[in-house]
Write a protein that binds this ligand. Sequence first.
Ligand code: FA5
Length: 354
Amino acid sequence: MTTPQTLLQRIDTVQQEALASLNSLCNVEEVEEWRVAHLGRRGALTLALRDIGGLPAEDRPEAGTAGNRAKLALEDGLGQKLETLRESEAARLASENRLDVTLPGRPMLQGRLHPTSQIVRQICDAFASMGFQVVEGPEIEWDHYNFELLNIPRDHPARDMWNTLWIDQRNEAGEYPMLLRTHTSPMQARVMESRQPPVRVIVPGKCYRYEATDATHEWHFYQVEGLAVDDGITFADLKGTLYEFARMLFGAERKVRFRCDYFPFVEPGVDMSIDCFACNGDRAGCRICRDTGWIEIMGAGMVHPRVLEGVGYDSSKYTGFAFGLGPERIAMLKYGIDDIRHFYANDLRFLRQF
Ligand code: FA5
């Protein structure tokens, strides 16, 4: 027969044992089994509480209070155990880098082309539409291609026009034959060596110069080289092609100016300017053209006969023109960028504007 003392004892034992066994449970399934065994319809505590009804009326309040306290203790322990298991499961998922499909999605950052890439593509597209083929060449170049074949022999003062980064590796003669190319012009000779006229190529690529940087000079920058060689090419072809290019990139109303310039690998040599699209010739106080009304955008000229002969072309039969322009400077003009050093400073506030 159930007495108040044995029932109080039973309730106490159920509580002690249940709470003690809770510690050893390892997962939610085991916790559920525990709940059913103690608090379920036929659980140990539930059955003990049911027996309270069989006690004399004066003993029931004490047993009822003890029973409720035990029930609350078990429910409290159950809640804490579930919380502990949830935390350790989350930590395990995080440490195993497992996918938690319940987390909210992270927005994907959308990338875009660097402003130099954008302008290089525009330049190449413009020349491709006039029949030029895009080719690329090595950034580490032989002295032979960067200078010798371009009519700039060793010890010629014209080498001073390009401050050069040499590769620290001597040949048997004790010379340094390799360098980081100072311009894309070595590709003129490489292309002509590999094919016969007609040649019409455009060469985008990176160049390097041992140069103090300022607002318009970087020590590494891009150039786009152009070369056209065929039977009967004249200076009029050079002018027409470059004029068309300037209009495609800067607008149909642009004017173009050619002035004499010196590059050892062309004769005659010119620099080409466009009339200033910022002030439209008004000049006064114009930051872009510095009050001149003109903006220089590239060097160009008729390919020197020595360059043609150096690659085995017959200079009495073939003529050609070549040009080289700086895409960053063109982007600066087109988008009003005041310092070339912004291009490669990796500042997203600058890059996101394009
Ligand atoms: C040359 O490099 C010649 N190879 C161009 C050429 C090709 C002339 C074919 C004739 C025939 P120059 O050093 O001027 O020339 O450079 C050409 C362009 O490269 C410049 O107009 C400028 O836009 C760009 N450039 C030159 N140096 C730098 C620099 N330090 N930083 C940024 N851009 C530069």
